[in-house]
Design a protein around this ligand. Sequence first.
Ligand code: NAD
Ligand code: MG
Length: 399
Amino acid sequence: MIPGSPPTSAAPLPRGICILGSTGSIGTQTLDIVRLFPDAFHIRSLTAHNSVDLLVEQAMEFRPECVVVSDPGGYGPLKDALQGTGIRVLAGAEHLAHASTLDSVDVVVAAVVGAAGLAPVLEAVRSGKTVALANKETLVIAGEIVRFHAERSDATIIPVDSEHSAIFQCLVGEAMDTVEELVLTASGGPFRDAPLEALASVTPEEALAHPNWSMGPKITIDSATMMNKGLEVIEARWLFGVSADRIRVVVHPQSIVHSMVTFIDGSTKAQLGVPDMKVPIQYAMTFPERWPAPHERLDWESLSKLDFSPPDLERFPCLRLAYEALHIGGSAPAVLNAANEVAVDQFLKGRISFTDISFAIEEAVGRLASPEPQDLERLMEVDDLARNLVVELNRRTHH
Ligand code: NAD
Ligand code: MG
């Protein structure tokens, strides 16, 4: 899981690939990487929620063994469109784990958004696959459980999230007991400098306009509230086994330094690059090797300065809430995540205001979080309770 003793060689080529969430922002960029190395990567399975047309297009191009739509309503159209191709078609969320555990799959790229990614990722980990993990929510909900199973099965989890990829790259060749602090950089999103009193009335369109990255809608809103960085702190805690008091967040508006590690001798290593998710996606798929690729390079002629400042927790209460959830432990991060997923959805649908997002999460954590260690079943129950509570809170305020 951590790069202390990296495998000396990666899985043999061609490498079998499953993409969970192939129709999204990370999923489609993963296919761009596969197009760059068609002899090295072979797509074995693809999944989507309900974007049937795009999934069909991808299946016709990459000819996987199997495709899965988690929305059962997608079955008919998908089956019809792939008639005669020999590609197996499955529908329903319970089949996502089929795609991620096929014998022919070596690397699972986990690019589903939200808690829906947990089950198929956990099954992939249990069956010892290499998991290139973009779906941070999985580690937020059940980091300890995923870690436990990864150690048992010898599964390798390689981060795709740019900050964690940066830290992972800084850690190659280093011993974990020489790490003093992880430093996660954050752009601060579109409202970094907006007047505080304006935040209550920002629109979904304004919140969706991220200054540096083009991503799916949920993570883009998370970036605007900085809950994304909060989820990333929790993700880092479980990926690298470093406690929260040694994970710092620094606002860096240019998104050029993707994150850093400070070691016990006072040295700090950073990983830099143009903001382009293809670089960390490719690294996760080729680790422990690096393969040549034409991704955009930093331009030292035009790059004039890099700014850093501490995050403003009054402006971004979600970041504070994430640290608090990690401190509480137990079910708190799962409650935080579920409440956030529902609140973000409600904000995108225009049902609650931007500042209501953090209120809903704080309320849910306050009412439902327990510090006791939780098994998976209990975490799923509490995920459900938190979702219902946030829906109910909104109903009460608006009637
Ligand atoms: P997206 O919304 O663009 O794509 C999500 C994918 O998951 C789609 O293929 C969709 O069909 C599928 N999906 C959605 N809901 C589902 C459900 N209930 N069940 C099964 N499948 C479902 O999202 P994205 O921006 O690609 O992000 C994916 C994950 O990667 C998130 O966890 C995000 O935090 C993380 N991530 C994304 C970026 C980025 O640049 N986009 C960067 C870092 C981390
Ligand atoms: Mg990130």
